[in-house]
Design a protein around this ligand. Structure first.
Ligand SMILES: CC(C)(COP(=O)(O)OP(=O)(O)OC[C@H]1O[C@@H](n2cnc3c(N)ncnc32)[C@H](O)[C@@H]1OP(=O)(O)O)[C@@H](O)C(=O)NCCC(=O)NCCS
Length: 154
């Protein structure tokens, strides 16, 4: 399998959305679905932001995985940014073939190039396979994650 990781382009959007639909969100029944127009607008905002890297992995010319790196500027440490990961998914038919690991290698390279002092992500407690995946690649469970689900205002 010939594997390549690159930045997502607007023409990739339909396939990207198919992939993102493979993330099981059934643990969040209260979340609404967005329309295609909003998704295109979100894509354009991400693509225009030099602190965001929306990546896709291609295997034999087909997009089979994605991850989104957000470089967050802040004041802690020596004012170095941190890197936040979102929306990591690999096509069901291509899992356990090294695609996820290749995406994370590129994330780590980009985060280093951006001067990040750490990378972080949160993963729902139910995603046990994903937890094994991150642990296997050297990621440590160092924090508790907290979230406020809709309605956020109480
Ligand atoms: C988690 C995910 C991105 C991993 O991608 P992948 O391409 O399958 O991962 P890799 O092939 O690079 O796996 C590397 C190693 O991680 C571990 N691993 C990956 N998926 C695993 C799983 N479901 N169960 C147990 N270990 C797993 C294995 O040790 C694997 O090496 P091995 O296959 O030689 O044993 C993919 O399973 C996925 O898309 N899951 C659904 C969406 C999701 O949960 N995303 C994460 C949100 S936080």
């Amino acid at each position: 399998m010939k594997l390549a990781v690159r930045t997502t382009t607007e023409t990739d959007l339909p396939r990207l959305l198919e992939l993102l639909d493979q993330i099981d969100d059934s643990m969040y029944p209260q979340r609404d679905d967005a329309g295609q127009a909003s998704r295109l607008s979100v894509f354009r905002r991400i693509a225009a932001d030099s602190n965001q890297h929306l990546l896709v992995a291609e295997a034999d010319g087909r997009i089979v995985g994605t991850v989104h790196l957000i470089v967050v500027p802040h004041f802690s440490r020596t004012c170095k940014p941190s890197g936040l990961l979102e929306s990591m998914v690999v096509d069901e038919a291509y899992r356990r073939k090294g695609v996820g690991a290749a995406l994370l290698r590129e994330v780590q390279r980009l985060a280093l190039a951006a001067g990040c002092y750490k990378l972080a992500l949160s993963s729902n407690l139910a995603r046990r396979g994903a937890h094994r995946f991150y642990s296997r690649l050297g990621w440590k469970r160092t924090h508790y994650g907290f979230s406020l689900e809709p309605p956020i205002a109480r």
